[in-house]
Design a protein around this ligand. Structure first.
Ligand SMILES: CCCCCCCCCCCCC[C@@H](O)CC(=O)SCCNC(=O)CCNC(=O)[C@H](O)C(C)(C)COP(=O)(O)OP(=O)(O)OC[C@H]1O[C@@H](n2cnc3c(N)ncnc32)[C@H](O)[C@@H]1OP(=O)(O)O
Length: 242
């Protein structure tokens, strides 16, 4: 009897040790990840400012930062993994929609259609994304290090109120500007007849993407408003499961 109780206690201790090691590893990885992402977006901010100060125009700015932007925005895909394996307490769906829509904007719109790269709307979403991500990743970093300055917490949960709609306006105007080029070039589209017997029109796909902002964006925005109430005003919020 006593021996089985002892066995149980040893097993519990081992499990606790394993959990502690796992959570220490997760914290170390997240700290590294957030520092790297803060640095990446800071590099982008500095590159954009330097370009504008030196050239006095936004024309050519996207081309000059394209590689860095593609790298850091695509790398954000690991955040969906963080939620999926449970090392951060965030919804996979909310994070997935946010990250995938950004990757779509970068690779399948701005990077693919050269003619729109100098649009003001591209600069609008780039500036908004950059400010948001510097704030967001530095918030997570300082929080993990248990030294979170109040102004970063305040910025994380207030700037989005204006930045989110501004970013959406920049993204939608950019997709809208892309439409005529997509229609004319027939890019990423498949017309019948073809050997797969499948038809796909990227032009209409983009219209559907634009329309999908109507149901999806409010969900992201209200999610952030709930997070804001929880973090800044200490409200207890019961989240629905994914
Ligand atoms: C394939 C084609 C797709 C086409 C789809 C088209 C429709 C798309 C519509 C969508 C529109 C999106 C537009 C958008 O791109 C425009 C912009 O972004 S503009 C710029 C303004 N944006 C923002 O302000 C972004 C706000 N969004 C976010 O912050 C996140 O992305 C979001 C996932 C939405 C919310 O974040 P989260 O739920 O994580 O909230 P918290 O930050 O409060 O975190 C919750 C807890 O998790 C911990 N956490 C999360 N991540 C980390 C991390 N990396 N490291 C450490 N800890 C992390 C965090 O600390 C919280 O923990 P706790 O609860 O303990 O406090």
């Amino acid at each position: 009897m006593a021996s089985s109780e002892e066995d149980g206690a040893v097993e519990e201790k081992e499990n606790n040790n394993k959990k502690k090691t796992k959570s220490a590893l997760a914290t170390a990885w997240l700290t590294f990840y957030n520092i790297a992402m803060t640095a990446g977006w800071l590099v982008l901010a500095i590159a954009m400012m330097r370009f504008y100060v030196q050239k006095g125009t936004h024309k050519g700015l996207y081309r000059s930062i394209a590689r860095t932007l593609k790298f850091f925005q695509t790398f954000a895909l690991v955040e969906v993994g963080h939620c999926a394996i449970g090392i951060v307490r965030t919804s996979v769906i909310v994070t997935g929609v946010q990250v995938c829509s950004r990757i779509f904007m970068v690779w399948f719109i701005t990077n693919s259609i050269r003619q729109i790269q100098n649009e003001e709307s591209v600069i609008l979403f780039l500036v908004v994304w950059t400010m948001t991500e510097i704030t967001r990743y530095s918030y997570y970093t300082f929080k993990l290090l248990h030294h979170l300055p109040y102004f970063i917490k305040w910025a994380r949960y207030n700037l989005f109120i204006i930045m989110y709609p501004l970013g959406v306006v920049g993204e939608l105007l950019t997709i809208y500007a892309a439409l005529p080029f997509v229609r004319r070039s027939g890019m990423y589209s498949m017309r019948l007849p073809n050997k797969y017997n499948v038809s796909f029109d990227y032009y209409y796909c983009l219209i559907i993407v634009m329309l999908s902002y109507i149901p999806l964006f409010p969900q992201l925005y209200f999610h952030m408003l709930r997070q804001r109430r929880k973090v800044l005003h200490g409200e207890v919020i019961v989240e629905k499961d994914d």
